[in-house]
Design a protein around this ligand. Structure first.
Ligand SMILES: C[S@@+](CC[C@H](N)C(=O)[O-])C[C@H]1O[C@@H](n2cnc3c(N)ncnc32)[C@H](O)[C@@H]1O
Length: 272
């Protein structure tokens, strides 16, 4: 499976920098979604599926949200608890040990304003089934934020690194198993959203070029600025977003009355 792409052409320091930048961008996208679903009172409830150690739950709680995190890993939830206490938001985070493939009924009653499904659909056996459950968890008009590793990015990274045999094997796997767990191409994800009754409002790539450029090049004068601008411009534009290391979809549960109730977040690109 694609584990972040391009390992051959990047040093450990490159990978750490790129991962930090990716996390910043993802946090920005999620906080934008939170702004968009806040109720008049400013309150918002969030369900973080496979939220692990709280990389998003903690900043969301700091921003005022009430966050329920369901994760199968006891260890990850222990880290979440510690981080929540350190950030002073333990009273706004509810950790639940459980399986997203069997969401408890209390979670699927349509009460959440925002659900997050980041880097989880590719590790479960029935991604479409999980997404349908998550869609039921949000209220009509609520948002679902989906982030998935893009299998196309791995093919490109391997080819650019000169490992053409691995690139070919990777591409053959994608062609043969398109839509299978671990091989969720953006079009398969989009189809899953439609099947779950979600309307996609924005699609963006996270890490279009950042994960392909060797760190030394980025550190050259003007490198960081140029890369940041490249990423910002390319993120919501096809074909660049289609080859990004991660694909982010922001989808809304139909309000059922022909309207979508609230407007799209300001920092999400248009879906083209
Ligand atoms: C790659 S991590 C992503 C963590 C987090 N969503 C993020 O983006 O930082 C995948 C997480 O999903 C959790 N997970 C895997 N399978 C799961 C399942 N069936 N039910 C609940 N959580 C699961 C793992 O324990 C892990 O914390």
């Amino acid at each position: 499976m694609n584990s972040g792409t391009g390992t051959d052409i990047r040093s450990g320091a490159d990978i750490a920098h790129q991962s930090a930048r990716r996390q910043d961008r993802v946090r920005e996208l999620v906080l934008g979604a939170l702004e968009s679903v806040r109720r008049r009172s400013g309150e918002a409830s969030v369900l973080d599926c496979g939220g692990g150690s709280g990389r998003l739950a903690v900043p969301l709680a700091v921003a005022g949200a009430h966050v329920t995190v369901i994760d199968i890993s006891v260890d990850a939830l222990a880290v979440l608890r510690r981080r929540a206490i350190e950030a002073g938001v333990a009273d706004r985070i509810v950790p639940v040990q459980g399986d997203v493939e069997a969401l408890p009924e209390s979670m699927t009653s349509g009460s959440f304003d925002l659900a997050i499904v980041h880097e989880v659909l590719e590790v479960v056996d029935r991604p479409g089934f999980v997404l349908a459950g998550v869609a039921r968890a949000v209220r009509p008009g609520g948002l679902v934020s989906i982030l998935a590793v893009n299998p196309a990015a791995s093919v490109i990274a391997r080819a650019l690194a000169g490992d053409l045999v691995a690139a070919l094997a990777e591409l053959r796997g994608i062609v043969a198993e398109s839509g299978a767990p671990g091989r969720l191409a953006p079009d398969a994800l989009a189809e899953m959203c439609r099947a779950a009754g979600l309307v996609i409002e924005a699609t963006s790539g996270v890490g279009v070029f950042a994960e392909l450029v060797p760190g030394a090049r980025v550190e050259a004068p003007g490198g960081y600025e140029a890369l940041a601008e490249l990423e910002a411009l390319a993120a919501s534009r096809s074909p660049y977003r289609d080859i990004a290391a991660r694909v982010h979809l922001l989808a809304r549960r139909d309000a059922g009355d022909g309207s979508m109730l609230v407007s799209a977040p300001r920092n999400a690109g248009p879906d083209r």
